[in-house]
Design a protein around this ligand. Structure first.
Ligand code: SF4
Ligand code: SF4
Length: 311
């Protein structure tokens, strides 16, 4: 198998493919002071799979997460596609999609899959930021690297910085602790300001939606990312189903990865915005049932607000 054939096999499953020597990635990570584990496999393939931009609005009965969660869980989608490619090859490999100790954004930049935008996302010339990334270390020697050409950058644009509600982005950096997408996926008490800011059941799309690099991008809707009907989450299900029943009902949705209670807490911030007090009895019961101080404290605070709003 030539390196070119290897690339073509990956291209049969992915929209963007870059291939470099693992050494280049490890050396660069070291130079940048990034702590990544050593890998002996000499080749690293970075893949990108596009997903479409779609929005769904909350209603008084159902709430929507960030649109990157629509369709099947991208972790398993990318993993399966990588496994399809590797099942045709006699090489050992190690793959990573999102939750792993490697730095896939660094690999993506080094292989030309995109450039690192001020919104902290990889921006590809054809797909913008609407792509999931994965990496594969392969035990095969590389005669030739396949680095895509990147000629673009953010330039003087700062739309994402100006649009970020908690001011998590700034020129040359990012404060992850302020980021909504980070705090609404973290099991902790939310501050009053975070309760007011949070608008999503899970994640945040603002710095992607305002980005001019996402205008007129190619939209490939891969079959796995067709809407599954589980994008909108029922508020009654959230507050009445057991964790097990809820996970069975909303099976294969990536917003499930931190469990149901974190979605309940985020849902409360949206009910607070909607001044929607029709679920107060369910919230009250949930505070007694879910013995997690970070949930109970936030829920008690919001229930107090909702009770004040009730006519
Ligand atoms: S995801 Fe939202 S909160 Fe986080 S940096 Fe982007 S706009 Fe700001
Ligand atoms: S909004 Fe502008 S500054 Fe932000 S990532 Fe997109 S191009 Fe770069």
């Amino acid at each position: 198998m030539t390196n070119l054939e290897l690339k073509k096999l990956f291209e049969s499953q992915f929209d963007v493919v870059g291939i470099i020597h693992t050494k280049k990635y490890l050396d660069e990570a070291k130079k940048m002071g990034k702590d990544v584990p050593h890998v002996d496999y000499p080749t690293i393939v970075t893949v990108g799979l596009s997903y479409p931009f779609r929005t769904i609005k909350h209603t008084k009965t159902h709430l929507a997460p960030s649109f990157y969660t629509f369709g099947s869980d991208y972790h398993s989608v990318l993993k399966k596609r990588i496994e399809v490619v590797m099942s045709n090859l006699p090489y050992s490999y190690q793959l990573g999609v999102d939750n792993h100790p490697h730095n896939e954004r660094l690999a993506a930049v080094l292989s030309g899959v995109g450039y690192f935008g001020k919104n902290q996302l990889i921006i590809n010339k054809d797909l913008g930021t609407y792509m999931f990334l994965g990496i594969v270390f392969i035990d095969v020697k590389l005669d030739q690297e396949f680095i895509l050409e990147v000629t673009d950058d953010c330039g003087t644009c700062r739309k994402c910085i100006d649009a970020c509600p908690p001011s998590a982005l700034y020129e040359g950096g990012f404060d992850i602790n302020k980021c909504m997408s980070h705090f609404n996926q973290t099991k902790r008490v939310l501050t009053d300001q975070e309760i007011d800011l949070n608008y999503s059941l899970f994640g945040c799309d603002i710095c992607q939606m305002v980005c001019p690099k996402n205008i007129n991008v190619k939209t490939n809707i891969h079959p796995e990312f067709e809407l599954s009907g589980k994008e909108m989450v029922s508020i009654v299900d959230l507050f009445t189903d057991s964790e097990k029943v809820f996970k069975e009902k909303y099976n294969d949705m990536s917003y499930l990865w931190k469990g149901k209670t974190i979605l309940m807490r985020n849902a409360l911030t949206i009910l607070n915005k909607q001044k929607n007090s029709q679920y107060n009895d369910l919230i009250e019961k949930s505070i007694l049932k879910h013995q997690m101080p970070w949930y109970q404290e936030t829920a008690t605070k919001i229930l107090g607000n909702l009770k004040k709003n009730k006519i």
